[in-house]
Design a binder for this molecule. Structure first.
Ligand code: PLP
Length: 390
């Protein structure tokens, strides 16, 4: 076989895996063990029936053909309307372009903003695909760590210190997976100042914007940031549509033109019936409010059930569909803790350092389980803590 390109083989090169606990749990389930999974961010219930019905109708009506590289006109209107709400600033149809999910948006954004040999700053703890997405564009990166003491928000001076002559972009995620931090206006202004001073792109992953209890601020809305910010939005988390692969980018019209060219050579546009179902789901907000209420309620249930576990602390309770739990009073070795928890209590959680070294001594709990299971999970965790010695 001829050698594959370095571009493709580099994508996952050097990544710490971090999924060992999860993979072990999957293996245990396969061999019949009753493992409680509080690890993955995929909803435990289906897409709202209205969205499914809209897709079925679109199929019955014969909407199975090519669409357009930017997106169908009604979908663009719906995306612009929702972006206006998400970003708290006017967004027009020439400032949006469809992508096959948030990940596709991240990939396209990185391809559009950096050249091979450029350097990118990734604020960490970070979503697992970020390093590979940077490497896929032929660039290198530096992880800038956020400390739990600062609520896992980045410090301007740390970002500034990581700048190199070839730095082209900063990649941030708010509300954040895994830490649930929702960056404050001050934090975002600090990042914006660095971008402006150094003429950098800001790639802003806002796929969890609707799960912030109204606290999300988009950096694109800050003065002078409109033209240098690329926002990634997705319907995966907000509309329970992970498997539909529907998201979009918000950027200046000139950059949207570039993304249209990207779609031309990549996906040739997203699917017709999904476009139409997504339009309906966006216009009618199918599932959105219910989802926020549900995760808020689940969060409260888990927190209450953990009462008495005084050695550990839940951080950042408002963002996304996870809890980051500080276990540093118990151990810094979150991976060993998670393995032992899995063995002893058949409870699977993610070690924090799977998402970057600054989350050592933390575990991430996913709230994608019914309340009964979350209560059970909290009880297993408490029981485990009562006897654990690292
Ligand atoms: C922070 C973050 N960004 C992007 C994505 C990708 O989402 P999508 O399903 O829209 O590709 C995820 C998925 O978990 C995520 O957590």
């Amino acid at each position: 076989m001829p050698a594959p390109s370095q571009r493709i083989t580099n994508i996952s090169k050097g990544d710490q895996e971090g999924w060992e606990v999860y993979l072990k749990a999957v293996e245990m389930i396969r061999s019949g063990e009753d493992v409680l999974m509080l690890s993955i961010g995929d909803h435990d219930f289906p897409t709202p029936v209205e969205t499914i019905d809209a897709a079925k109708k679109a199929l019955d009506d014969g909407h199975t053909k090519y669409t357009t590289m930017q997106g169908l006109p009604d979908l663009l209107k719906a995306m612009a309307k929702v972006s206006t709400q998400a970003l708290s600033m006017p967004v027009t149809t020439d400032e949006v372009v469809t992508m096959a999910g948030g990940q596709s948006g991240l990939y396209a954004a990185m391809q559009a903003c950096v050249n091979p040999g450029d350097h990118v700053i990734i604020v960490s703890p970070h979503y697992v695909t970020y390093p590979g997405t940077v490497r896929a564009a032929g660039a290198t990166f530096t992880l800038v760590s956020c400390s739990p003491e600062n609520g896992f928000e980045p410090k301007t001076e740390d970002i500034e210190a990581a700048i190199r002559p070839n730095t082209k972009a900063i990649l941030i995620n708010t509300p954040n997976n895994p830490t649930c931090a929702i960056y404050s206006r001050e934090t975002l202004q600090g990042i914006a100042d660095v971008c402006i001073r150094n003429d950098l792109w800001l790639i802003s992953d806002e796929v969890y914007w609707s799960l912030s209890n109204g606290k999300h601020i988009s950096p694109r809305s800050l003065p002078s940031m409109k033209k240098r910010t690329i926002v990634i939005i997705s319907m995966s988390k907000s509309h329970v549509m992970t498997g539909w692969r529907m998201g979009w980018i918000v950027a200046e019209p000139g950059m949207i033109h570039n993304f249209i060219q990207h779609n031309l050579v990549n996906s040739y546009g997203i699917s017709d019936f999904i476009s139409r179902a997504a339009t309906d789901a966006l216009n009618n907000e199918y599932g959105v409010g219910e989802l926020q209420a549900l995760f808020t309620k689940r969060g409260a249930t888990f927190r209450d059930a953990l009462t008495g576990a005084d050695d550990i602390h839940i951080l950042n309770e408002d963002g996304a569909m996870y809890f980051m739990v500080d276990i540093r009073n118990v151990t810094m070795d979150a991976e060993k803790f998670a393995f032992d928890l899995l063995e002893t209590e058949k409870l699977c959680v993610m070690p924090g350092d799977s998402f970057g070294p600054s989350a050592a001594g933390h575990i991430r709990i996913s709230l994608c389980q019914p309340e009964k299971q979350l209560r059970e999970g909290a009880n297993r965790l408490k029981r485990f803590l009562s006897t654990y010695s690292s």
